[in-house]
Ligand binder design. Structure first.
Ligand SMILES: [Zn+2]
Length: 286
């Protein structure tokens, strides 16, 4: 049994009211609620007649979907305070003055979200849905504190929420490379995991590479990064890179190979807002 929903209703929505913990909740849309006959009790079955075989309640696929989205957001690597932050939480102006680059970014992300909604369409929507999956990501450059990382959290939350597909957030910190190094080390219990690790990151539908440029740029680190970026390029995966570096400065790294990949895979967007961090310190920092 299928519920006939208008195209604008994926069957669920985010309710930002916080009743417990830190976030609001993903709820079933009223249309789905109206069709539910199982009372929301797992495994979401209904019994039409006492001795008949049970059937799945029409709410079931939407309940499973929202559970899956919660699981994906929870395991995305987005720090807890920034999970379930959406476009409405991202401001494109400060004291009435526009933040350069932010409104364009926001508008653009809205169109990507529309596309990812189609990916979430039922399987019989056909190849068109898959073809409209967002592919080209963002290379977000700007000084520290302009909201690049915050925007990337928002984008990742939105894309996971609307597509129901996985996304990951990684920060190119020392710890990241240390983990990777362990995975390559023959004497480490993580040995052999490196391929799985890189393959997962290389293939996940949405990836944020935060703080590009803080790596030490050893040959090994750059090779790892290039492999990751190149795998995503080959797989046509959506990638967001945030960095304090100018795209021109990336030319010197890995013989310019990273630069050319970024240019091919991403829209280059510079965000400029000197006082953004000042105003939103409370919200934007952990
Ligand atoms: Zn139900």
């Amino acid at each position: 049994m299928r519920i006939d929903l208008p195209g604008s209703d994926p069957g669920y929505y985010y309710d930002p009211r916080v009743t417990a913990g830190m976030h609001g909740e993903i709820r079933l849309s009223p249309r789905v609620e109206r069709h539910c006959r199982c009372g929301g009790r797992p495994p979401y079955q209904i019994f039409r007649q006492p001795d008949a075989e049970p059937a799945w309640c029409p709410c079931r696929r939407y309940r499973l979907k929202t559970q899956e989205i919660n699981r994906l957001i929870g395991s995305s690597g987005i720090p807890d305070p920034f999970r379930y932050k959406f476009l409405d939480d991202f401001y494109e102006s400060f004291d009435g003055k526009p933040i350069e680059g932010a409104d364009r970014l926001k508008r653009h992300l809205r169109t990507l979200i529309e596309k990812s909604r189609k990916v979430n369409a039922p399987p019989d929507a056909g190849a068109h849905a898959v073809a409209s999956q967002p592919i080209r990501g963002y290379f977000l450059t700007g000084k520290p504190g302009v909201g690049k990382t915050y925007f990337s959290y928002v984008a990742l939350n939105e894309l996971i929420f609307h597509s129901g597909r996985p996304g990951k957030f990684i920060s190119l910190s020392k710890a990241f490379f240390q983990t990777l190094r362990f995975a390559f080390d023959e004497n480490s219990p993580m040995h052999g995991k490196s391929e799985t690790f890189l393959r997962t990151l290389g293939n996940v539908p949405f990836l944020v590479i935060d703080d590009f440029g803080v790596q030490r740029n050893t040959e090994w680190e750059l090779e790892m990064l290039y492999n990751l970026v190149d795998t995503r390029y080959a797989n046509r995966r959506f990638t967001i890179v945030t960095t304090n570096k100018d795209i021109e400065n990336v030319k010197d790294l890995a013989e310019g190979r990273l630069h050319s990949r970024f240019i091919e895979m991403c829209y280059i967007i510079r965000i400029h807002a000197s006082d953004f961090r000042e105003r939103t310190r409370k919200e934007y920092e952990i």
